[in-house]
Design a protein around this ligand. Structure first.
Ligand code: NDP
Length: 452
């Protein structure tokens, strides 16, 4: 594969320093290609281009920008299979998942914002004899920084609204997964998208991400990533009074009430726990289950988890591929060992040494889906984000105790409640100090879903 270059002012360039880094296939350990290893100089060049383009792009009409989003969506949709293949190669996620989630959502994100814009009414209101008109103006140059778990999905989620509102962009994908961001740049280039409106700078977070956050001309930052990095981003951007959007980590509770129809919900529970090898910020990594059904739940859950097809991401039947890298595998394994040190019992799975995945490259970052029981709900393993295929299970003896356990975390991103009684589920969900709670479903964002 050709080297991945920066995209600045409508042209592809190597890093100004000439430096490169490598992107690796996590299923084999093989180098896929080299990537521009940029620094603050490249960010400065990209920001200058974005600033230059801001006036003309900001002066386009909403209708023109909607037409661009639709054109981009059409172009990505026509190449959906290529996107899925690149994403699977770069992340180690199963090709079926990359098609269904990553490729489909990246297209849908552009379509969603095009439709959203069409549905916005003009807002005017009378007040004390005067008429107020609400105008939405572009911010200017915005910095978009994204992680490796859902690379184009999360990048497109930022790019589409930024373009729609007339902003110009300096974006940085995770250096672990640059391929689909590069593909987006190439797609825009083929469409003769106006130069300078979308700029892409590859490289490491502290070298490129930090330079984006620090750049005085960049007036808004949208960041998705880990909480520790989010703190650094906030500490840099806040004193500069930048607009800031942070989507950070999660340690989400999956709560199973005593009336839950276990056989019917088992697929949903396994999906909530292990989608993308547990590397979704919304994955339920703490399963809280009523003690009355705990034992029968464990038997059914472990059976369902062991039935997951773990292996080569390029095979159609594979349901779980690798984690993102060997380094991340080591981090996840350290949590499995910590869980055992903290008194947990391994119900299934384990480290690559104790429970190896067979029939795959030994250089691949494979792990079996792992379930740990018997841990105190307040221990480190049960409260820190692992971001891998590891779930802890905890029994509760009353709903009050379940609420206390669900809320005993610094994270409050998402959660789910499973019960035969939807009203009961909603009542429980309201007691969770959590941004989004699904009832009898998980990661359901389509219209008609039963979540809240
Ligand atoms: P990181 O926080 O390590 O990195 C996220 C992005 O920030 C990467 O592009 C990274 O670059 C960059 N970065 C690193 N340091 C800096 C810095 N000082 N200034 C600016 N940018 C920087 O997250 P991961 O990539 O490891 O992603 C996993 C995390 O993302 C998990 O914690 C997960 O929960 C969270 N996440 C949250 C979501 C949400 O919507 N709430 C959705 C998806 C993931 P580089 O890769 O080069 O280090």
């Amino acid at each position: 594969m050709k080297p991945v270059l920066n995209y600045i002012n409508g042209a592809f360039h190597p890093a100004l320093s000439g430096q490169t880094l490598e992107t690796v296939n996590p299923a084999t350990g093989e180098v896929i290609t080299t990537v521009a290893r940029s620094n603050a100089d490249d960010v400065a060049a990209a920001t200058a281009a974005a600033n230059e383009a801001a006036t003309s792009w900001g002066a386009t009409t909403m209708e023109e920008r909607i037409a661009w989003l639709e054109r981009i969506a059409d172009a990505l949709e026509a190449e959906a299979e290529t996107i899925a293949q690149l994403e699977s190669l770069d992340t180690g996620k199963p090709i079926a998942l990359a098609r269904k989630v990553d490729a489909a959502r990246s297209v849908a994100n552009f379509r969603f914002f095009a439709t959203y814009a069409k549905e916005q009414p003009e807002v005017t209101f009378a007040d004390h004899g005067a008429v107020n008109h609400v105008h939405r103006s572009p911010v200017g140059v915005v910095g978009l920084i994204t992680p490796w778990n859902l690379p184009l999905y999360l990048l497109s989620w930022k790019v589409a609204p930024a373009l729609l509102m007339g902003n110009t962009i300096v974006a940085k994908p995770s250096e672990l997964t640059p391929l689909t961001a590069d593909f987006l740049a190439k797609s825009l280039d083929r469409l003769d998208f106006p130069p300078g409106v979308f700029n892409l700078v590859h490289g490491y977070g502290p070298e490129v991400g930090q330079a984006i956050v620090e750049h005085p001309i960049i007036r808004a930052i949208s960041f998705t990533g880990g909480t520790a990095t989010g703190k650094i981003v906030a500490a840099t951007a806040a004193p500069m009074f930048k607009k800031l959007s942070l989507e950070l980590g999660g340690k989400n509770a999956t709560v199973i009430l005593d009336d839950a129809p276990l056989d019917d919900i088992m697929d949903g529970l396994v999906r909530a726990s292990f989608t993308n090898s547990g590397q979704v910020c919304l994955c339920g990594s703490r399963v809280l289950v009523d003690s009355k059904i705990h034992d029968v739940f464990i038997t059914k859950f472990v059976n369902a988890v062991e039935a997951l097809q773990v292996g080569d991401p390029s095979l159609e039947a594979t349901q779980m591929g690798t984690v993102i890298s060997k380094d991340h595998q080591a981090k996840v394994e350290s949590y499995i060992r910590l869980g055992l040190e903290e008194g947990g019992t391994l119900l299934t799975g384990g480290t690559s040494e104790t429970a190896p995945v067979t029939g795959v490259s030994q250089e691949g970052a494979f792990l079996r889906p792992t379930v740990i029981g018997g841990l105190d709900a307040a221990c480190q393993t049960a409260t820190e984000e692992i971001f891998g295929p590891v779930v802890t299970v905890h029994a509760f003896s009353s709903e009050d105790e379940a609420v206390t356990m669900a809320n005993a975390t610094e994270y409050g991103l998402a959660g789910s409640v499973w019960t035969a009684d939807v009203e009961r589920g909603h009542a429980f969900a309201k007691r969770m100090e959590t941004g989004i709670v699904w009832v009898n479903t998980w990661l359901n964002r389509e219209k008609g879903g039963r979540g809240r």
